[in-house]
Design a binder for this molecule. Structure first.
Ligand code: FES
Length: 208
């Protein structure tokens, strides 16, 4: 929420709180993905960059594909016009989201080889690059966790340097995560995205 809205909630609660209740209740008959796609379009229409980044990450999290997001933007052309669509695509390019890379747009989910299990140190989190994606990998005995390095808030690529004493802190708005569980422990409310994993021929594989 913007500072201005936070201020109005405090200064004029009777006027502003019903507005938020209305927003919450609107769209209850739509699934999450559709709601988020509509919010993406409204953020582009209003050209609110933070809101756009936030709802774009929510739409992806709730199952929208990059093609669906691009279709939603293009279908809204009569309302948005080309200039706002280009504004939105510039932000998408700036976010450098792997799924939007042209060579990955049509990629089907599949297993990816991360590393030999013997290369992964016990009770430590390591940073790895694999097939166009950055990951944090944690191991405890023969249990693994494979996290997307993309922050669940606004898809910022959390760098290796963000790791300190078993805690990961996103540099953008300082959401902080327990690296061994992925839980958000400060400033935010969503955990790191985890990928399904398996061991095959002594190698750790992850699915995305
Ligand atoms: S993008 Fe906002 S905390 Fe990571």
């Amino acid at each position: 929420m913007s500072d201005a809205l936070s201020y109005l909630v405090k200064a004029r609660p009777d006027a502003i709180k019903p507005y938020f209740t209305f927003l919450k209740q609107a769209g209850t008959h739509l699934d999450k993905k559709t709601r988020n796609l509509i919010s993406v379009i409204t953020k582009v229409h209003a050209q609110t960059e933070n809101g756009f980044r936030q709802y774009l990450s929510r739409a992806l999290r709730d199952g929208a594909t990059p093609h669906e997001i691009l279709d939603a933007l293009l279908m809204a052309f009569p309302a948005l016009g080309l200039a706002k669509i280009v504004w939105a695509v510039d932000i998408i390019l700036d976010m450098d989201i792997p799924e939007f890379h042209p060579e990955l747009l049509d990629a089907e989910p599949q297993w990816h080889e991360i590393a030999l299990t013997e290369e992964i140190t016990q009770r430590e989190i390591s940073y790895r690059n694999c097939d166009g994606r950055s990951l944090f990998v944690y191991r405890e005995d023969n249990e693994f966790r494979v996290y997307d390095s993309r922050c669940p808030h606004q898809v910022t690529n959390i760098p290796h340097l963000a790791l300190e004493n078993g805690v990961l802190t996103c540099p953008k708005h300082e959401w902080t995560f327990n690296a061994s569980t992925g839980e958000c422990i400060k400033n935010g409310n969503r955990p790191l995205t985890q990928f399904e994993w398996k061991i095959e021929n002594d190698k750790l594989l992850a699915y995305w």
